[in-house]
Structures are given as structure tokens and as C-alpha cells.
Design a protein around this ligand. Structure first.
Ligand code: ZN
Length: 333
């Protein structure tokens, strides 16, 4: 089943080694942007932990593996936010079950989707069991960033980044889903930046335009607002934050292209999307270039295990400075 995971050789090797030497941990945290493939990875690991084959695990063929694939294994328990958050009651139920013996397998595997949405009480409650996990339980937490979880929880887990796919793997994956004929394949590849789930989403033109519009909206509001911290808090809540910052970078890049070339059609990344006309006049090339540089460096920094909120706010303050200044600067010329 490992072969169903594209790329990520390092991560796959680390897991295979742990499985074959029976040195698996009781808690894992897999992190990466929405759509990167964390759930797929968690499923394969859960299968490996309970596979009954003698050779390479998971074999994909024993009764345990087949149940994992069919999502009917009674010892693989998935937990997702109830509404916007994972609540204390959900963690309490999970803990009650974790102290019981597995029904069929060697281990009970609890997979917490969007673990970063746990309420403070839920996280504190989970922490207790992570400190002394039952022998027969494994917890797999999925989050977009370790810093989005309380450090006490993250420090109890083995941390692994689920990395982006290279272009070749992305093309292979898109072809497998029948999307290689898409007219805007190049655009989708550029936008999705190695994130399979994002590519699937962007294959829908309406979704693509919606993300682009949202980025334009945030940039416009940023240039006009007096309180960056409010906007920053709102932005930090976005599930698709990296995708959105990425889209903002794309908007800025497209603005630059439009400002500097008389016939930009072939050069625009978002060739099939609409970019508001007034923006190119409002923000001069120099402002766009500086703002783009800040956005790109933010994207790069967001991949490191750091406090994203602080990074985000700092970048927004800088971009605001550039855009607002550009606005008022022009009016005095
Ligand atoms: Zn198996």
C-alpha cells in the first residue's frame, strides 16, 4: 500500500523502518497544508500497524488491510471536528475507548483530523492520555501546522511534515484522475504547488476564480484597513491559508505582468481568470514587486515549524505599508 503514496520517500522510509523494527510511537503528528495527503498517509500507516502479513506491511491483502481499505476496521477510529472544533466530549469518548482492548487488531488507531481545531479543554484532556498512552493505542494527529496545536500536545508526538509533490508526481496523479486533458493544466499545476487536494479543487474553474477573488478582496481590504490585527486574525482562521497567500502572490504577479507588458495575455498565470482593472492603476509596479516579495517569503516561512500567526501579522503589516503608501504616494504626484 505504500506505493499508493506518491513521492515522500523519506517519510515512507522512516515509517517502514519503524514498522519493520517494531519501534513505532504511540503518538504521531503529521502536518502540512490542506489537501497535501495527510489522511491517505494516516490510512496506510494505520493499516501497517495492524497488518497480519509476515512480510512488508501493510500488505493490502490480509483481512485487516482489506477492512482498513474498505473503512470498516473496528479498531481504526477517525475523529473529525464536530462543527468547527473538536470538543471535549469527543475526546472524552475517544479516551474511554482507548482504554479498552482492540476488537480485532493488535492496536487501536485513533486518527484525529484537523487536530488543530481542538478546543483548549479538549487538547488538555487529550494531553493526559498522550502522557501515559495505553499499550494498545496509537494516536495519529493531523494538522496543517504543529504550531497550531498547544506545544504540550505537539511535544508528545513524533512530528513529520508531509511534503509537497514534485511536478512529475503531480502530473502523474492528475493523469490518473483523468485531468491531464484540462485546458488549464499548466495553470492548475502552478497554482497547486505540489498539493494534490488543491489541484483537485482548482480543476474546477469556479473554485479557482473564487480563491483568486478572495485573495484580491483581502489585498484590497488590507490596503484600506486601519487595524491589521483584526484582518490578520480573520485570515489566520482560513482553512486554506497557504492556498490563499499563494493566490495573493499570484494576483500581485499578474498585476506586475499587466503593468509591464502591453499584451500580457500569454504571460498571465491566471490566463482564464478575471483580474479587476482598477488594481493595476492603484498599486504601482514597485509596490506590487515589494508586496510580492513579502508574500513569497511568508509562504516559504510558513513551511517551517514556527508561530504562523506572528509571521502572518508581520507580513501583513509590511504589505499594508507598501500598498497604502503606494496609494497615497500616487495621489500627491
Ligand atoms: Zn495486511
Amino acid at each position: 500500500m505504500w506505493e499508493t503514496i506518491y513521492g515522500r520517500r523519506e517519510l515512507v522510509n522512516a515509517m517502514q523502518k519503524a514498522i519493520s523494527s517494531r519501534q513505532t510511537a504511540h503518538a504521531y503528528l503529521f502536518y502540512g497544508p490542506e489537501g497535501i495527503g495527510k489522511k491517505t498517509f494516516a490510512r496506510v500507516l494505520a493499516a501497517a500497524l495492524n497488518c497480519t502479513a509476515a512480510g512488508t506491511k501493510p500488505c493490502g491483502d490480509c483481512s485487516s488491510c482489506r477492512k482498513v481499505l474498505q473503512k470498516t476496521h473496528p479498531d481504526i477510529i477517525w475523529l473529525a471536528p464536530n462543527g468547527k472544533t473538536i470538543k471535549l466530549e469527543q475526546i472524552r469518548n475517544l479516551k474511554r475507548q482507548a482504554y479498552l482492548q482492540p476488537q480485532e487488531g493488535r492496536l487501536q488507531v485513533f486518527i484525529l483530523e484537523k487536530a488543530d481545531t481542538m478546543t483548549e479543554e479538549a487538547a488538555n484532556s487529550l494531553l493526559k492520555i498522550l502522557e501515559e498512552p495505553p499499550e494498545t493505542s496509537v494516536f495519529i494527529l493531523l494538522a496543517w501546522h504543529p504550531a497550531a496545536l498547544p506545544s504540550t500536545v505537539a511535544s508528545r508526538c513524533q512530528l513529520y511534515a508531509v511534503s509537497r509533490l514534485d511536478k512529475e508526481s503531480m502530473e502523474k496523479l492528475l493523469a490518473e484522475r483523468g485531468l491531464e486533458e484540462q485546458a488549464s493544466l499548466a495553470e492548475i499545476l502552478a497554482w497547486s504547488e505540489g498539493i494534490p487536494g488543491r489541484a483537485m479543487l482548482l480543476a474546477d474553474k469556479t473554485a479557482r476564480q473564487a480563491l483568486y477573488d478572495k485573495a484580491v478582496d483581502y489585498l484590497s481590504r488590507l490596503a484600506e484597513t486601519d487595524t491589521v490585527s483584526l484582518l490578520s486574525a480573520e485570515l489566520a482562521e482560513e482553512r486554506e491559508l497557504p492556498g490563499l497567500v499563494d493566490a495573493a502572490a499570484l494576483v500581485l504577479r499578474d498585476l506586475l505582468v499587466r503593468q509591464s507588458v502591453s499584451e500580457p495575455e500569454g504571460l498571465l498565470m491566471s490566463a482564464s481568470l478575471q483580474l479587476p482593472d482598477d488594481l493595476a492603476a492603484k498599486w504601482p509596479p514597485r509596490a506590487c514587486r515589494t508586496a510580492l516579495r513579502i508574500a513569497l517569503s511568508l509562504l516559504k516561512d510558513m513551511q517551517k515549524p514556527v508561530n504562523v500567526r506572528i509571521l502572518l501579522e508581520r507580513a501583513l503589516v509590511e504589505i499594508k505599508e507598501v500598498l497604502t503608501h503606494a496609494d497615497s504616494g500616487r495621489s500627491t504626484v
